[in-house]
Design a protein around this ligand. Sequence first.
Ligand code: MRU
Length: 365
Amino acid sequence: MKVNGTHYRSLWWDHDKSVLMIIDQRWLPHDFRIQPVETLEDYATAIVEMRVRGAPLIGATAAYGMALAAQLDPSDRALEAAWQMLNATRPTAINLRWALNRCLAAMRPLPEAERASAALALAHEIADEDVEINRQIGAHGLELIREIAAEKPAGEPVRLLTHCNAGWIATVDWGTATSPMYQAHDAGLPIHVWVDETRPRNQGALTAWELGSHGISHSYITDNAGGHLMQHGQVDLVITGTDRTTRRGDVCNKIGTYLKALAAHDNRVPFYVALPSPTIDWTVSDGVREIPIEDRDSREVSHVQGVLENGDIGLARVTPEGTDCGNPAFDVTPNRLVTGLITERGICDASEDGLAALFPDLAKQ
Ligand code: MRU
């Protein structure tokens, strides 16, 4: 999508320098900084420190990491070590393991001399595929928004609510939850998006930055406002992203998603999840019991980053010094609270049957 009129993907390959370029998301939305990822350690750090973040983008980044590993040392032993190192960076988003497994499986049968070029070609393929998947999710989600718009008085906006940032910078392009929003806006449908701030890291500010850059009407709201807005008929549709969805349709996503789903259920507001197929973990059924939830640094809770009065980007502590803080980064919304899953192949029930009907080829594995 565009930043100041220029089209960007959230990562891209610099063919002249043979290096991956990323947008360092730690500084967004206040500063747009681009940086190269040059060593295997850089790749791991970029994911751990959330310079790149969002399940699909983590997966695509890891694929380029495997390409670098194959260039440095294409032996099985070295590639498996790189797999281990990158897989250990973040535990919840399944796209990471999905991409690493795909890369390793593609390289193993090849002679060592062919592995580096094959791995780089595969990383490009994974990145391009992500863009196309998200474009298709947007096309299916657009129809959903169109149906709601048809029920409203002419010109009245469809009011959507989203949590965290499942936007283009959380993917390679388009975003998952935001793709239907971009496509609805581009199709001339009036929409307004309620953007949850999403403490502790305020990824909602990234969503607000994205939507604002695209000219989409939105309001940034506190995490606790969604239930109130739903009670007062101010939300027509919730769309979130997901970091891992189980074979039966339980949805793991940024902490606080579950509470939004409960509020939506209580107020009969449709709650949809935008789900690229690489985010389905076919090996897991019960999300609450089986998905590992990342526990992050307590400083993300005790401190808030923002722009200071003097224009610098700085940190402010909001708790008394030494306060114990808990920071589970994700939660699981059981399938019974999810109205439907918007995938690249269409919309389905959040159920084993629903997913298997759309993805019979993947469900069997
Ligand atoms: O911790 P983050 O910022 O990587 O978490 C991201 C989210 O939870 C997104 O909503 C999710 O990855 C879907 S991204 C398309």
